[in-house]
Design a protein around this ligand. Sequence first.
Ligand SMILES: Nc1ncnc2c1ncn2[C@@H]1O[C@H](COP(=O)(O)OP(=O)(O)OP(=O)(O)O)[C@@H](O)[C@H]1O
Ligand SMILES: [Mg+2]
Length: 260
Amino acid sequence: MDPAQQIAELTQRVTQLEEELMRAQRLSSVGALASSITHEFNNILTTVINYAKMGVRHQDEATRNKSFDRILSAAQRAAKITTGMLAYARNTTNRIEPNDLKRLLEDVLVLVQKDLQMHRIGVDLVAPDSVWAMANSSQIQQLLMNLIVNARQAMKENGRLRLVVRDNKAEGWAEIVVSDSGCGIPQEKLPFIFESFYTTKAPDERGQGGTGLGLALCRRIVEAHKGRIRVESEVGKGTTFTLKLPRSESPAGFIDTSAA
Ligand SMILES: Nc1ncnc2c1ncn2[C@@H]1O[C@H](COP(=O)(O)OP(=O)(O)OP(=O)(O)O)[C@@H](O)[C@H]1O
Ligand SMILES: [Mg+2]
């Protein structure tokens, strides 16, 4: 085989392996949410069972209608989570195209909400109706998931997670800021956090610690988007990650109600 062909084949193999790693990391980040999602489904089932019992016991129309209403909304809540989970796990597209960053963030929030709630973490979301960026939806959701899971893991109870989405027209960026009130990162460790396998998370009693791949993949994703990612941190105060992606105009046919 001639060297040029060999290089081409190796390059293709590396790209393929990178994609596989990205997919594996996406699935493992969902693992961090397993206990909160199980908890949520337990609550939903309890609601369904209790209202089904009530509807069976009481024959009057008003009670039955109320029971059906409650069962329906509980089931819809469950469907929202499973749909979100499947969409997240599946790599839906390879294209970088106009995407509303607020929508992508909200879809990730559906999955992490219960985990944040269980750890008593308050969320402040500051965003206009929509902020359009040139983005690959599944990669950006993976990146946001990694930043939010890291933020949660850095915080004790009663922490605050602040999420800002903004359109920086002047500089041509669509931006997302993820801030936590967690432990912070010492200045001398900041240069390493985006490196593969750098982690300070020791394995817990179930042997699950950090792999140190989360931020390394975030960096790859930002590079593929020709974007920027910046981190500021103060030990004991918290950490702020700022993501900048090339902005895009809202696609034709999309009515931006924020202008009204
Ligand atoms: N918001 C944050 N607050 C404090 N430290 C952070 C924060 N985000 C990242 N870090 C530090 O950076 C390290 C690397 O983060 P990264 O997401 O790459 O790996 P990890 O979270 O340890 O493991 P994984 O994401 O694979 O589960 C973390 O171990 C932690 O020390
Ligand atoms: Mg992480």
